[in-house]
Design a protein around this ligand. Structure first.
Ligand code: SAH
Length: 389
């Protein structure tokens, strides 16, 4: 596809778009969503140069490979499952969401229907009574593997064996079931404690021809179709020659670095989350890759140590969370003087803040490409290539 304007997209209406907090712009035709996001990125980043047209998703529905439903009793005591209303802890009943993998939504409905016969009540944050809080489901887009995480408000789950047996009987497509215990009053879905009830405790999926292990708590991009588009574009912009040593910062389970490893001499990955770090090491072995080295550290601290030891690299790929990078990271990067920086950002506001720092310290922005990873929502991803002046 050459331009965004030439393609028209079907529009499916969501019945709860006004009250549910999952999407913000689902009611708009996809063409309008695209131009809104493009305008947002241009307005924020135009001082750095020309922003390329946003890369849209061909089929902007049912793309999420990670879905989570919250369980609650309504005023009449009926059990409902769905998504939090924007800004509240009230659950909007949702059986089928336009963003979710439809196989996952069906499993949520089955679990809700099973609760009564197992005498399981939804967990109440205030009274701390009941058991089931959330269900998190991860689906492998290419592998078709499915992981169900039952998030409970107590570690006492008396009927666990029979519950899991009944669930697998109803949905034999499920590969693994994990119990997670979260007793805190928090907006975080997952708690610390975890126990595998069935299967291996993780699923695998294929991305850019490599197989990745994904654990319940590891970050993994939620839109598998657009992730390949994003990574391929990032590598195209990086245009590696094969001789480089590069850093993959905020590397999650190692996806970008492992995929880039074929195009460079050596990759150094750094990730704060322990589970994701362990997944990354396994993923290197799983794909027989031996030129990637992962570190479990804060990316800023790690860069400081590298800069202190006067260790240089040729390029840095960085993909920080929404809050963006840190002053320690950026100042160490400037000290290390990599010739190229590929900044992948899920928040153009913090991207602008961080680009200001890099541009003031000797880098120039070469290209900025927005990618739609999250149709229906106001979120937008941007890849930015910088070079050393
Ligand atoms: N590049 C990966 C992950 C991007 S999400 C991918 O494409 O899948 C951002 C990642 O940064 C998450 O895995 C998160 O755990 C990690 N992270 C957050 N703060 C961090 C920090 N201070 N140092 C290192 N990693 C961090």
């Amino acid at each position: 596809m050459k331009t965004n304007e030439t393609k028209t997209y079907p529009q499916i209406k969501c019945p709860v778009v006004d009250i549910c907090g999952g999407c913000q712009i689902q009611h708009l035709p996809y063409e309008t969503q695209i131009s809104q996001k493009e305008t947002q990125v241009i307005n924020l980043l135009k001082d750095f140069g020309k922003v390329s047209p946003l890369i849209p998703m061909d089929d902007p529905y049912y793309y999420r490979n990670k879905i989570h439903a919250t369980f609650q009793s309504d005023r009449r005591g009926k059990i409902i499952s769905g998504i939090y209303q924007a800004g509240t802890h009230n659950v909007v009943p949702v059986d089928s969401c336009l963003l979710h993998d439809q196989r996952a939504d069906k499993i949520i409905v089955s679990i809700r229907e099973m609760l009564r016969s197992f005498k399981m009540r939804p967990y109440d944050e205030d009274t701390k009574r009941g058991l089931l809080r959330h269900v998190l489901i991860r689906t492998g887009f290419k592998s078709n593997q499915i992981m169900v995480v039952l998030v409970l408000g107590s570690q006492v789950f008396p009927s666990r064996k029979n519950f899991v047996k009944a669930l697998i009987k109803k949905h034999p497509e499920i590969n693994t079931v994990v119990m997670n215990v979260n007793t805190k009053k928090t907006s975080m879905v997952l708690g610390e404690r975890e126990q595998v009830l069935y299967g291996r405790g993780f699923i695998e999926d294929t991305l850019c021809d490599q197989v990745f292990r994904i654990s319940p708590k590891s970050f993994y991009q939620v839109n598998p179709v657009q992730t390949e588009v994003l990574y391929n574009k990032a590598l195209e912009l990086a245009d590696f020659s094969g001789d480089e040593t590069i850093i993959d910062a905020y590397c999650g389970i190692g996806t970008i670095g492992l995929i880039a490893s074929k195009h460079v001499k050596k990759v150094i990955g750094v990730e704060l989350n322990k589970d994701a770090f362990k997944d990354a090491i396994n993923n290197a072995k799983r794909n027989n890759i031996d030129n990637v080295f992962f570190h479990n550290d804060d990316a800023g601290d790690f860069m400081l140590k590298m800069a202190d030891k006067k260790q240089g690299v040729d390029a840095v790929i960085m993909d920080p969370p929404r809050s963006g990078s840190s002053p320690a990271f950026l100042s160490s990067l400037v000290t290390m003087k990599p010739a190229k920086v590929v900044y992948i950002s899920c928040n153009p506001v913090t991207l602008k803040r961080d680009l200001d720092v890099l541009v003031n310290k000797g880098y120039q922005v070469e290209e900025m490409v927005p990618v739609d990873m999250f149709p229906g929502t106001h979120h937008v991803e941007t890849i930015c290539l910088l070079t050393k002046k």
